[in-house]
Design a protein around this ligand. Structure first.
Ligand code: PBG
Length: 323
């Protein structure tokens, strides 16, 4: 029996009714705010294509982190910009690197925030690729040991979670083994399991100073056309010991988020990346979109698709609206 008996509009009539039957809700503690840390003090360098986002020194980063914690944001994801880059990204595992120092400061000053560290070499290598080059190619197996060193260094500094984003095969296993050998068996791994070779990382590469000097990342990041392969990547990372997995980017890959949600039991994160953020900001600046509503709708869509954790540059603006 359809219309006129069935009238879905009846339950949409008033805001209290809509609230009663709402299927998806957002909570501030599910948000993770990415932060870009560099050396120095009092440094705040705005990132051109990401209004409101900046590279900061540790002291300034702490202010942003405190603001996030006060808004109820669940965690932060740290990226480091080193002082010196070289062929194998040695500063990534330096005890004195920007991420390591940021982790120690955060654990002291803002202990309630979950501190997640991005484990990758692209910000630290002079060629800008996520691994070491052998004959011009990113060498998978030679990279694993370096990523493991970086992850152990983050864990020793006090990171709550390490998050490898390099897309090398076998890196979860290599990192798990190294963490266990270094008495960091309690440190969980959130793997960027389904990370696509996306144009939407553009603004981030300015933020992290990590644009590859030559070539691109399509030899290790996933082809945007492949969803079934994403499920395989997730399965492999879980077999290797990942404690949680991520799909990235988020908005253009909601179908992948939904499929991963249906086929796995572990917590699922989705990363609303720099380009997704920049598009909404740019349209809002021109008055072409209501920026606040676009922000909330895009975040709700990611949650509706099935993400438990949402990594977003909007975290700090969205969280206060949800309390
Ligand atoms: C690589 C990394 C990237 C992002 C997070 N980790 C960029 C890339 O693979 O080029 C993108 C995040 C964003 O665009 O917001 N370490």
């Amino acid at each position: 029996m359809a219309f006129p008996v069935q009238r879905p509009r009846r339950m949409r009539r008033t805001e209290p009714l809509r609230r009663l039957v709402r299927e998806t809700s957002l909570a501030p503690e599910q948000f993770v705010l990415p932060l870009f840390v560099r050396a120095g003090t009092n440094v705040r360098r705005p990132i051109e294509a990401m209004p409101g986002v900046a590279q900061t020194s540790v002291d300034e980063m702490l202010r942003d982190a405190e603001r996030a914690a006060n808004a109820g944001v669940g965690g932060v994801l740290l990226f480091g910009i080193p002082e010196h880059k070289d062929a194998s990204g040695t500063e990534s595992w330096s005890d004195d690197g920007p991420v390591q120092r940021a982790v120690r400061a955060l654990k002291q000053q803002v202990p309630d925030l979950v501190v997640i560290t991005d484990v990758c070499l692209c910000e630290y290598t002079d060629h800008g690729h996520c691994g070491v080059l052998v004959n011009g190619d990113v060498d998978n197996d030679a990279t694993l040991e370096l990523l493991a060193r970086e992850a152990v260094s983050h864990a020793r500094a006090g990171a709550d979670i390490v998050a490898p984003s390099d897309m090398m095969d076998g890196r979860v296993a290599a990192i798990r083994r190294a963490l266990d050998d270094a008495q960091c068996a309690e440190t969980p791994i959130l793997s960027y399991a389904a990370k696509f070779a996306s144009v939407f990382y553009g603004p981030f590469r300015e933020a992290a100073e990590s644009t590859p000097r030559s070539g691109d990342r399509r030899g290790y990041q996933m082809d945007p056309s492949n969803a079934r392969e994403a499920l395989r990547e997730v399965k492999l990372d879980l077999d290797e010991g990942a404690d949680a997995v991520m799909v990235k980017p988020a908005g253009p890959y909601l179908d992948v988020i939904a499929r991963v949600r249906r086929t796995t039991l572990v917590p699922l994160a989705a990363y609303q990346v720099s380009g997704e953020f920049a598009m909404i900001k740019a349209a809002a600046e021109r008055g072409w979109l209501d920026g606040e509503r676009a922000m909330m709708e895009s975040l709700t869509a990611i949650r509706r698709a099935g993400a438990d954790i949402i990594i977003s540059y909007f975290a700090i603006d969205a969280a206060p609206r949800l309390r």
